[in-house]
Design a protein around this ligand. Structure first.
Ligand SMILES: Cc1cc2nc3c(=O)[nH]c(=O)nc-3n(C[C@H](O)[C@H](O)[C@H](O)COP(=O)(O)OP(=O)(O)OC[C@H]3O[C@@H](n4cnc5c(N)ncnc54)[C@H](O)[C@@H]3O)c2cc1C
Length: 467
């Protein structure tokens, strides 16, 4: 079914979509077309793939099919963190590809942060890209221990990115005045963006290079060389599926990913005095090290946009429930608002103007995959487990090189060909999803009140990524 919703409805999906000029909708596919590459999904994965294909081979006939509008999915709703680091578990990739290749892949993620900024610059995409790094704060001893262990583990495996450092409470205060901090860590490898602007600007850049982008065009069935939509059939030498969380709606794909919802709120703009009191510089992204961590950015118009996990998973239709019941998830938003007030004094006086959420795809081993089969011309990418802004860029580059048969670090990255095993059938996946959230939430509350590591967090270890 192809939807045709109002502009107001799309705007209400996120602060970011509310801020962009949506303009007139793009055309919907009507009639059959023949192209070289058909890409399903107008999010970051689909658009980066189309962009790099069009750059590498001008004249290639490329069509992007989007069931709603460009940036409707997680690409237009996320935290706007363009953060380095492999999406998933380094250990999972290293087990197959070895640490040397996994380290190279990690460097690709660091370079990607700059490359995304360079494309935004070259294509004049006004997406507020600003690279000032990420501060992770610990406000309890267990959070601090986890941070230290993470940095130690990265050192031992050779995966520590250059410039990453642990910080004393005094050093944390040089970045931001969060109360009761016991330690922190800084990485320079992260930028903030207005993600919907990036997605929509990227679509326009693709179109300038001759890519056809169709909106309100849902792929109802996908085969090698053929995509069926309500308005027509697309025939293509290569068909690439870039639908992340929605992939589980395709026949036979239900257990490929666990669709998890992440929620966000944004405040009204803070005053210059408040920013001065907080000391939080523009562009710096901030998170904590709870099990159900928060992630926050200072937006270019001086709001705080903060997000976190914890929304319940609906058994019947995790994605459908989320879109129709978005405004009922008040408990999660209330928790985010409490987190905001606890960490950033003075924000209590500020109205929360936007509340939203979005769905991301988690494979069974939490590790992304990109595949392309030359014999059928069918490819797909996804499973970024909530760390998808850089990962979708890299997946797009990998898909592009695989389709063109180009040997490159992107085509040789350890996520290429990686296949995670499927999730347990329902209701086990439902129990796992809600169990993870409940157990981790309870572990966080226990740690906050006792200042000791809550061992109950280990109960969900079988469902979490290997260290
Ligand atoms: C609230 C939230 C916060 C996040 N924060 C961050 C962050 O700060 N940093 C980070 O790195 N990652 C973050 N993520 C994850 C990141 O946003 C995603 O991993 C990334 O956007 C995935 O891009 P994508 O293009 O693969 O998928 P999406 O952006 O979800 O795009 C998929 C598109 O496919 C379309 N589609 C689906 N089915 C069909 C069909 N049958 N036919 C045609 N089109 C279809 C959808 O409408 C959608 O537009 C966050 C995610 C959420 C939800």
């Amino acid at each position: 079914m192809t939807s045709n919703r109002s502009e107001a409805w799309y705007r209400s999906r996120s602060l970011w979509l509310d801020e962009v000029d949506l303009g007139a909708p793009r055309i919907t596919l009507s009639g059959d077309v023949h192209v070289d590459v058909a890409i399903i999904g107008g999010g970051f994965t689909g658009l980066w793939t189309a962009y790099y294909l069009a750059v590498a081979r001008p004249g290639l006939r490329i069509a992007v099919l989007e069931r709603e509008i460009v940036g409707y999915g997680a690409a237009g709703r996320n935290g706007g963190w363009v953060g380095a680091g492999i999406a998933g578990s380094s250990a999972v990739y290293a087990a197959k590809a070895g640490w040397q290749r996994t380290r190279l892949a990690s460097h690709l993620t660091e370079q990607a942060v700059d490359e995304i900024g360079a494309v935004a610059d070259a294509e004049e995409i006004p997406c507020d890209y600003l690279k000032r790094g990420t501060l992770t704060i610990a406000r309890t001893t267990p959070q601090w221990q986890r941070l230290q262990a993470e940095v130690d583990h990265a050192k031992t495996t050779g995966m520590l990115a250059p410039g990453v450092e642990l910080l004393s409470p005094e050093q944390v205060r040089d970045y931001v005045a969060v109360p009761e901090v016991v330690g922190g860590a800084f990485t320079p490898h992260c930028a903030r963006v207005q993600p919907a602007q990036l997605a929509r600007g990227l679509a326009a850049a693709c179109e300038r290079r001759g890519v056809s982008v169709y909106e309100h065009t849902e792929a109802t069935s996908v085969h090698s060389n053929t995509v069926v939509t309500a308005g027509g059939v697309v025939r293509a030498s290569s068909v690439l599926v870039a639908t992340e969380a929605w992939t589980s709606r395709f026949a036979g794909q239900r257990r490929r990913y666990m669709p998890l919802t992440s929620m966000m709120v944004a405040t009204a703009p803070l005053t210059a005095e408040q920013w001065k009191a907080l000391g939080w510089p523009p562009g710096l992204t901030i998170r904590d090290r709870r099990h159900l961590f928060f992630y926050a950015q200072r937006t270019s118009d001086d709001r705080i946009a903060i997000g976190g996990r914890g929304a319940p998973y609906a058994l019947r239709d995790p994605l459908g429930e989320f879109d129709s019941a978005q405004s009922d998830n008040t408990a999660i938003w209330d928790r985010l608002i409490r987190t905001l007030h606890e960490h950033f004094p003075g924000t209590e006086q500020h109205t929360v103007t936007h509340r939203w959420g979005g769905t991301l795809a988690v494979p069974r081993d939490w590790s992304m995959g990109v595949r392309y089969d030359h014999s059928t011309g069918l490819g797909w990418a996804g499973g970024y487990s909530g760390h998808g802004v850089v990962a979708s860029y890299l997946a797009g580059r990998s898909l592009c090189d695989l389709v063109l048969g180009v040997n490159s670090p992107h085509a040789d990255a350890p996520w290429v060909g990686h296949k995670s095993r499927r999730w347990e059938p329902e209701p086990l996946r439902f129990l796992a999803a809600n169990g993870i959230v409940r157990v981790l939430d309870s572990a966080d509350r226990r740690e906050d009140s006792t200042n000791r590591a809550a061992w109950r967090a280990k109960l969900v270890k079988p469902f979490m990524p290997p260290a």
